[in-house]
Design a protein around this ligand. Structure first.
Ligand code: PHE
Ligand code: NA
Length: 453
C-alpha cells in the first residue's frame, strides 16, 4: 500500500518491538521452564538457541518487513508468489494465541484488584480454581464466568482502542507509556523480592545447574520453544512491526537491542520470582522444590500466597506485580492483534478501522470461550498444542523456505548490511542455513515420536 503508516521515532519502534517481546512469557513462563529444565544448566541450550536461532531470525524478520513493506502474507507473496500461505499460517497461529493470551491478562487485571484486600483469603489455590475461575471437569464448557468476562471486555476495549488509533498515535504512544512504566515497577518488585528473608536460597536454587539434563532432548525443545515465544518470532509479528520502519533504519542493531532487552527482562524475572519463592519456602519451612510451580498456578496461586506472607506493604507488592503482568501482557497482545489487522488490511484493501473491528472483534468473541467454567482446560490444551507444533514448525518452515526454496538469504543480507552499522557475517549465514533447520528438524521428529508413543 502506498500510504503505509510509519513509526514516529527509532525509539518508538524499539519500544514497540520490546513491548511485543516482553510479555507473559518472560514473567510467568520463563522462570518455571528454566528451573524444570536443568536450572543453571538450562542457560547453555537457551544461549545456543538465542544466538543461533533467536537473534538471527529476529534480524531476518526485521529485514523482510523493512524490505518488502508488507504484513507477513504480503511480504512472503512479494518474495515468491506461491508463498503467501506461510504468512497466513503464522497469522493464524497469532490469532489463536491472542484468544487465550487476552484471558490471562484479564486474570492479571482481576488479581491486581484482588490484591488490595487480599480477596483470595488463606487458600489462594482453592480461591483461584473454585471461587474465581469456577472450573468444571475437562470436556465441559459450563457457563460464562462474570468475574473473568468483565476484565476480558476491558482488555479488549483497551487493545482495540489503541489499535484503532493507528501505528504512530496508538501503538507507539501506548508502548512509550507502558514499557518505561513496566521497567520501573518490575525493578521495584525484584529489589523488594531480593531483600526478603530466604531470597538468596531461592536464587541459588534457580541457578543450581543440573548437568545431567544437558543432553536431554526435552530440554532443548524447551529452550527453542521459549526463545521463539519470548522473542515473538515465527508469528509474523516482527515482520509486521518492521514493515512500518522508515527507509533509513539500523535493522541489525535494533534486533540486538530488542533481544538483549528481552533476555535481560527474562533473567530479572527469574531472579525476582525465585527470590520470592525462596522467601516462601523459608517462611513455610519447606524445601524450595516443593514450592516451585509455573504458569497459571505460579502467578495466580503461589504469588498470592507469597503476598499473604509478606511482612509489610503486601497489598502494594501485589498490585505492582499484577499491574506489571497486565502491562507486559497488553503490549504483547497489541502486537499479536496488529499482525492480523495488517494482514487483513493488505489483502482486502479495507480501512484500518474495519480491519480492527473485524479481526479484533472476532478474536474477542472467540476468547469468551476461555472465560467460561471450562476455560482453563481449553487454555492449557491450546497453549500446549501451539507451543509444541505451531511455533517451532512455523519457524522451521520459514527458515527453510527463505534459505533453501526462495534462496533469498544473500539478498536479505545485502539489504540489511546496506543500512546497518553491524555487518552480518558467517555467523548469521551458518546459523540460518544449517544450524537452525537441522536442530528444529530433529526437534519436530522427536516431538511427533513422543506423541505417537
Ligand atoms: N513474546 C511474548 C511473551 O513473551 C508473547 C508473544 C507471543 C507475543 C507471540 C506475541 C506473539 O510473552
Ligand atoms: Na518475551
Amino acid at each position: 500500500m502506498e500510504n503505509r503508516p510509519q513509526w514516529g521515532t527509532r525509539a518508538g519502534f524499539i519500544l514497540a518491538a520490546v513491548g511485543s517481546a516482553v510479555g507473559l512469557g518472560n514473567i510467568w513462563r520463563f522462570p518455571g521452564v528454566a528451573y524444570e529444565n536443568g536450572g543453571g544448566a538450562f542457560f547453555f541450550p537457551y544461549l545456543f538457541a538465542l544466538l543461533t536461532a533467536g537473534i538471527p531470525i529476529l534480524i531476518l524478520e526485521f529485514t523482510i518487513g523493512h524490505k518488502y513493506r508488507g504484513s507477513a502474507p504480503l511480504s512472503y507473496f512479494k518474495m515468491r508468489k506461491g508463498a503467501e500461505w506461510i504468512g497466513w499460517w503464522q497469522l493464524a497461529v497469532s490469532f489463536v494465541i491472542s484468544t487465550y493470551y487476552a484471558v490471562i491478562i484479564a486474570w492479571a487485571m482481576s488479581y491486581a484488584y484482588f490484591s488490595l484486600s487480599k480477596q483470595w483469603g488463606d487458600d489462594p489455590l482453592t480461591f483461584l480454581v473454585g471461587d474465581y475461575l469456577k472450573v468444571v471437569d475437562a470436556g465441559q464448557v459450563g457457563s460464562i464466568v462474570p468475574g473473568v468476562f468483565l476484565p476480558l471486555v476491558i482488555v479488549w476495549v483497551i487493545t482495540l482502542g489503541i489499535l484503532f488509533k493507528g501505528v504512530k498515535k496508538g501503538i507507539e504512544v501506548a508502548n512509550k507509556i507502558f514499557i518505561p512504566a513496566l521497567v520501573i515497577l518490575f525493578f521495584v518488585i525484584v529489589v523488594r523480592a531480593l531483600t526478603l528473608d530466604g531470597a538468596i536460597d531461592g536464587v541459588n536454587a534457580f541457578f543450581k545447574p543440573d548437568w545431567s539434563q544437558i543432553f536431554n532432548g526435552k530440554v532443548w525443545v524447551a529452550a527453542y520453544g521459549q526463545i521463539f515465544f519470548s522473542l515473538s518470532i515465527a508469528f509474523a509479528i516482527m515482520i509486521t512491526y518492521s514493515s512500518y520502519l522508515p527507509k533509513k533504519s539500523d535493522i541489525t542493531n535494533n534486533a540486538f537491542i530488542t533481544a538483549f532487552a528481552n533476555s535481560s527482562f527474562e533473567l530479572l524475572a527469574g531472579i525476582g520470582v525465585f527470590a520470592a519463592l525462596g522467601f516462601m519456602a523459608m517462611s513455610q519451612g519447606a524445601p524450595i522444590d516443593e514450592v516451585v510451580s509455573k504458569g497459571v498456578i505460579l502467578a495466580f496461586a503461589v504469588f498470592p500466597q507469597i503476598i499473604n506472607e509478606l511482612p509489610a506493604f503486601s497489598a502494594a507488592f501485589g498490585v505492582l506485580f499484577f499491574v506489571s503482568l497486565t502491562l507486559a501482557g497488553l503490549s504483547s497482545l497489541i502486537s499479536i492483534v496488529e499482525t492480523y489487522v495488517a494482514g487483513v488490511q493488505d489483502k482486502f484493501n479495507v480501512s484500518r478501522t474495519k480491519a480492527v473491528a473485524i479481526g479484533g472483534g472476532l478474536s474477542a468473541l472467540i476468547s469468551i470461550l476461555f472465560a467460561t467454567q471450562g476455560g482453563l482446560n481449553f487454555l492449557d490444551t491450546t497453549d500446549a498444542f501451539i507451543n509444541n507444533y505451531g511455533v517451532a514448525l512455523a519457524g522451521l518452515v520459514e527458515v527453510v523456505f527463505i534459505v533453501w526454496v526462495a534462496k533469498e538469504l544473500t539478498n536479505l543480507q545485502n539489504h540489511a548490511d546496506a543500512i546497518s552499522d553491524i555487518r552480518l557475517g558467517s555467523w548469521w549465514v551458518i546459523s540460518l542455513k544449517y544450524i537452525t533447520p537441522v536442530v528444529l528438524g530433529i526437534m519436530m521428529v522427536m516431538n511427533i515420536m513422543t506423541d505417537i508413543k
